[in-house]
Design a protein around this ligand. Structure first.
Ligand SMILES: [Zn+2]
Length: 271
């Protein structure tokens, strides 16, 4: 009888949201004490942490415990994996999860870290059936098949200056949020049709404005790379939102408000 009740409870959890046992496991992990050495790593490598309100610092640390327990990290090209690398990445990735329901980048399983920028071969066949060999130097790469590849050097550089608008981890993990819905089209998971409508209206207008400015070689707050496509625009805008909130609020208020609504935080008030 007890077994039937247990199965019923777990089944209920499974069909009405995340499986209950996952929720319980995450709760247990999040309640574990946060290692002192990890706190020192954050304070040293991730300066914006000190600017955040205390309740968000606590929330971030709880998310980090779960994130670090669930994701596998691999050092590549001779890089030995350390707590410093894992914690520095987790502290920035989990910034994107605060104040909202999260499934911890559900598609992502493995994080590969290389010492520095790397060369990627992305051969692909285009719509006309033509095979393209494409070789590019990358700082990071987000795949929708459960992996992210990162340069440790650029992870550190992105974190070190919290106000330059460049942050590799925010960029790549914004791609992960985008990819959770399937297509990487610059729209993460939203809760209603109306929200998608609103999102596309604002983002499309802002993306077009950015593309025009880039085409005319004007100085822009957002990195030129954001003009590549809608997915890159969302990733670049996320970097700017967290790292240069005052400038974004002043120059792209509609974009700032849209991201504030989505990320459920207001970095403008952190400084
Ligand atoms: Zn990108």
């Amino acid at each position: 009888m007890a077994l039937i009740i247990l199965i019923a409870i777990l089944g209920f959890g499974y069909f009405f949201g995340k499986p209950l046992w996952i929720k319980l496991r995450r709760q247990r992990i999040a309640n574990q004490p946060f290692p002192k050495e990890w706190r020192q790593i954050i304070r040293k490598n991730v300066p914006y942490f000190n600017q955040m309100p205390a309740d968000l610092q606590l929330q971030l640390k709880r998310h980090m415990l779960v994130f670090l327990a669930e994701k596998d990290f691999y050092g590549q090209d001779g890089l030995a994996m350390t707590d410093e690398i894992r914690v520095t990445i987790a502290a920035q990735a989990c910034l994107l999860l605060l104040n909202r329901k999260t499934n911890y980048f559900e598609k992502l399983h493995s994080i590969y870290v290389l010492p520095t920028a790397f060369v990627a071969n992305n051969p692909h066949v285009d719509a006309l059936g033509v095979w393209h060999e494409q070789t590019r130097v990358l700082l990071g790469e987000s795949w929708d098949i459960g992996k992210v590849i990162l340069s440790w050097q650029h992870t550190q550089e992105g974190a070190a200056d919290a106000e330059d608008g460049h942050n590799l981890i925010i960029h790549e993990f914004a791609h992960q949020l985008d990819q959770e819905t399937g297509a990487a089209n610059g729209a993460p998971r939203l809760s209603s049709k109306a929200q998608y409508q609103d999102w596309f209206n604002v983002m499309q207008r802002q993306f077009d404005r950015h593309k025009k400015a880039v085409a005319r070689r004007l100085p822009t707050l957002l990195d030129y790379y954001g003009a590549t496509n809608e997915a890159e625009f969302f990733a670049v805008a996320s970097e700017t939102f967290f790292e240069r909130p005052a400038d974004m609020h002043e120059q792209h208020k509609a974009l700032y408000d849209q991201l504030k609504h989505y990320y459920k935080v207001d970095p403008l008030t952190w400084r």
